[in-house]
Design a protein around this ligand. Structure first.
Ligand code: SDX
Length: 428
C-alpha cells in the first residue's frame, strides 16, 4: 500500500500522508487539508468515518467482533482478571503486579471519603430525580471539594486525581441509590475488595450484618470489566474533548456521565428493560415490537440492538448473555423477561431487516436482566455502566493530556443566510 492518498479538486491534486495502526488500520491524515487547499474541509455527521485521535488503549474490530484492552482479549480479562486490575491495565498500560495492585487499591481507599457537605447537595434533589443527573452533578461538585485536582499537569497530580475519582464515584453511586430508598448513607468496609465494598455500600441494611454473596460479586465484577472501555464512543469522545480544554478530570468525567445517559448510548440498558417490560405487559407480543422497530414512521427502535461499530455480535453481549443464564440460575431467579429477550433476539437474528442492516444485540441488551436479578433498580442501570466505564474514561483522558493533544474544535460548513442588511422593526 502507498504511503499517501491523493485528492483531486478542480484538476489540482493534493497528497496527504497515510497513518497506519498496529492492527493495520489505515487513516488519511488531513491535518494539512484546509491550509493546502485554501479552505476545503471534510464533513462527516456522527464521525462515522473520522478518527479523532491515535490511541493505544482499546482495539475493537466491528466486523470480526473483537475487543481487546491493551492487547488482552475481553474474553480472557472477563475470565481471569478482576475489575481493579483491569482499571490499572487500562490506565497505566500493563497488568499490575500484586504489590502494584495492592498499592493502587490502598491509594484508592485512602481517597474514598466524600465531604459530608456533598450530602447537602444530594438532599436537594427530589426522590424522583434520575440517578444519572444526580451522579453527573455530584461528580462535577467534587471539584469544589478537591481544588488541587482541577489543574493537573504532572503525572503525579493526575494519579492523585485518578485515585480520588475511583475512590469517590462508587460512594456517590451507593449514596444516590440509598437516598432514593430512604436508607442511611455509609462507606461500607475498607477491608473489603473494590467490588465487594461497592455491593456492601449499596445493599447493607441498618442494624443487620451484610453478608456477601459471591454470585453477586462475580457477576458485578464481570459486568464492570465488560463496560470498562470501548475506544472513542460518544461519552469517551465527550470526556476527551472536554478534557482537551484543560477542564479538570472531575468536570470531564461529569460531562461523560451526561453523554452516557442518552438512550441511544448507555441509557439503552434501562430502555431495554423498560421495552421488555412493555412487551411482557403486552402479552409477550414480540412481533408487534419488531414491526414497530422496522416502521420508519415509528420512532421506536429495538433497544439493545445495533451498534455504530459492531456489524457482528458484540463480544460483550455474548459473555453477558451466558452470565445472565448463570446468575439467574445461581440466584434461583426465574425471570420471564429473560425468555422474552431470548425470543426477541431469535426473531431479530432471523429477520431480513435486522440481518441486512447487521443489527445484533449489543452490550446493553442483556446487562439489565442481570442488574435486575441483583436487585438493582432499573433507573440505576446506567449508573452501573458509568462506574464500569470510569477506568476507560480516565485512561483516555490521561492519554490525551499526557500526549498534550490540542483543544478539540471541529469546523463546519455554513448553510445559513448570506450577508443581509438590517431592517428597522417598523419596516419588518
Ligand atoms: C452503546 O459506540 C459505542 O461503543 C457505544 C457502546 C459503548 O460501550 O460505549 O457500545 C455502548 O451505546 C451501545 C448501543 C446502545 N444503544 C442502543 O441499543 C439503542 C438502539 N440502537 C440504535 O439506536 C443504533 O443502533 C445505534 C445508535 C446504536 C447506532 O446507530 P447508527 O450507527 O447511527 O446507525 P443508524 O442509526 O444509521 O442505523 C442504520 C440503520 C437505519 O435504518 P435505515 O435508515 O438504513 O433504513 O439501522 C436502523 C436504522 O433505522 N437501526 C435500527 C436500530 N439501530 C439501527 N432499527 C431498529 N432498531 C434499532 N435498534
Amino acid at each position: 500500500m502507498a504511503n499517501t492518498a491523493t485528492i483531486e479538486i478542480d484538476g489540482k491534486r493534493f497528497e496527504f500522508p497515510l497513518v497506519k495502526g498496529s492492527e493495520n488500520e489505515v487513516a488519511i491524515d488531513i491535518s494539512k487539508l484546509r491550509s493546502s487547499t485554501n479552505g476545503i474541509i471534510t464533513i462527516d455527521p456522527g464521525f462515522k468515518n473520522t478518527g479523532s485521535c491515535e490511541s493505544a488503549i482499546t482495539f475493537l474490530d466491528g466486523e470480526k467482533g473483537i475487543l481487546r484492552y491493551r492487547g488482552y482479549s475481553i474474553e480472557t480479562l472477563a475470565e481471569k482478571v478482576d475489575f481493579l486490575e483491569v482499571a490499572y491495565l487500562l490506565i497505566f498500560g500493563e497488568l499490575p503486579t500484586k504489590s502494584q495492585n495492592d498499592k493502587f487499591h490502598a491509594d484508592i481507599i485512602a481517597e474514598s471519603h466524600v465531604d459530608e457537605d456533598i450530602k447537602k447537595i444530594l438532599d436537594a434533589f427530589p426522590k424522583t430525580a434520575h440517578p444519572m443527573g444526580i451522579m453527573s452533578s455530584l461528580t462535577s461538585a467534587l471539584t469544589a471539594f478537591n481544588a488541587t485536582s482541577v489543574n493537573v499537569d504532572s503525572e503525579e497530580d493526575m494519579y492523585k486525581s485518578v485515585v480520588k475519582l475511583l475512590g469517590k464515584l462508587p460512594v456517590l453511586l451507593a449514596w444516590t441509590l440509598r437516598k432514593k430508598q430512604g436508607l442511611p448513607l455509609d462507606y461500607g468496609d475498607n477491608s473489603l475488595g473494590y467490588v465487594e465494598n461497592l455491593l456492601k455500600m449499596m445493599f447493607s441494611k441498618p442494624n443487620s450484618e451484610y453478608v456477601q454473596d459471591q454470585v453477586l460479586v462475580d457477576a458485578l465484577d464481570k459486568l464492570l470489566i465488560l463496560h470498562a472501555d470501548h475506544e472513542q464512543n460518544c461519552s469517551t469522545s465527550t470526556v476527551r474533548i472536554v478534557g482537551s480544554s484543560h477542564a479538570g478530570l472531575f468536570a470531564s468525567i461529569s460531562a461523560g456521565i451526561s453523554a452516557l445517559w442518552g438512550p441511544l448510548h448507555g441509557g439503552a440498558n434501562q430502555a431495554v428493560l423498560e421495552m421488555l417490560e412493555d412487551i411482557q405487559a403486552d402479552g409477550g407480543d414480540t412481533k408487534k415490537y419488531m414491526a414497530k422497530a422496522k416502521d420508519k414512521n415509528d420512532p421506536f427502535r429495538l433497544m439493545g440492538f445495533g451498534h455504530r461499530v459492531y456489524k457482528n455480535f458484540d463480544p460483550r453481549a455474548k459473555i453477558i448473555k451466558k452470565a445472565a443464564d448463570q446468575v439467574l440460575h445461581d440466584l434461583g431467579v426465574n425471570d420471564p423477561i429473560l425468555e422474552i429477550a431470548k425470543a426477541l433476539e431469535k426473531e431479530a437474528l432471523e429477520d431480513p431487516y435486522f440481518v441486512d442492516r447487521k443489527l445484533y444485540p449489543n452490550v446493553d441488551f442483556y446487562s439489565g436482566i442481570i442488574y435486575r436479578a441483583m436487585g438493582i433498580p432499573t433507573d440505576m442501570f446506567t449508573v452501573m455502566f458509568a462506574v464500569g466505564r470510569l477506568p476507560g474514561w480516565i485512561a483516555q483522558w490521561r492519554e490525551m493530556r499526557l500526549r498534550k493533544e490540542p483543544i478539540g474544535r471541529p469546523r463546519q460548513v455554513y448553510t445559513g443566510e448570506t450577508e443581509r442588511n438590517y431592517v428597522p422593526v417598523e419596516e419588518r
